[in-house]
Design a protein around this ligand. Sequence first.
Ligand SMILES: CC(C)(COP(=O)(O)OP(=O)(O)OC[C@H]1O[C@@H](n2cnc3c(N)ncnc32)[C@H](O)[C@@H]1OP(=O)(O)O)[C@@H](O)C(=O)NCCC(=O)NCCS
Length: 230
Amino acid sequence: MNESHNKETLFRDYLKSHPAAAREYAKVRQRHPQEEQFVHSSIEKAKELERRFGTIQIGTDRLVIVNPKPSDLDALHKLMSDPDVMRYVGRGPRDRDEVNEGLQRSVAHYQKYGYSMGLVYEKETGNWIGHAGLRHLGFDDTQPEIDVGYALFKEYWGWGYATELAQACIDWGFHQLPVDYLIAIVFPNNLASRRVLEKVGMRYVKNIQYNDNEVAYYRIDRGNTKNESL
Ligand SMILES: CC(C)(COP(=O)(O)OP(=O)(O)OC[C@H]1O[C@@H](n2cnc3c(N)ncnc32)[C@H](O)[C@@H]1OP(=O)(O)O)[C@@H](O)C(=O)NCCC(=O)NCCS
């Protein structure tokens, strides 16, 4: 094998195991028609993002979702103890022990499946803005449904970030996971979140009971999103 063939193979393997890099590669490729340039700038860009934020699960144009780790506890507690953020989430604001319990389940889910909920950062500023990701509904892998989730600090609402995150999670899910559909559940009064789900092509199916709450159940089927072949 010659050197350029080796380099190409290494690059393809790298992209397979680094979806964020694959997305950057796809973007650079549109802008630069020369292969050498794609390879170099894509790898460098992905490495630079990982140097700044840690291991990235999913990247969007403006944001990254970083894999969860036990040291996220302080950050997550800040987010999940905010009554405005938690108004339509589960039982409402959580104390530190409750957040820690959820974080441990999130980390365990990531270790077992390679994806989970993770902290979200703005690429440009490096600001931490919330969390998002995919996981078995309620981190319960005794049931098959994979759920799209997101929650952002108030100051980042209204910038299209949740839509960007939900779309990226759906694209990633259909590209990486052997699922026929993805779901989301939302409190019926959470109109902003329902709008996000509608914008990314999820369809309302029915209201269901979930953990003692009535929630609206949304679903998107494989084949119904434009970016699946990324
Ligand atoms: C729900 C949430 C994630 C939305 O984030 P966001 O980044 O502001 O969402 P986006 O900007 O991508 O889109 C919001 C959409 O809802 C619309 N919207 C906002 N408030 C609304 C309301 N009260 N009624 C109807 N639509 C509303 C916006 O106009 C926008 O739609 P548009 O693009 O057609 O104008 C954010 O409010 C949040 O973090 N809330 C707290 C946590 C939470 O509820 N998470 C979801 C649990 S299911």
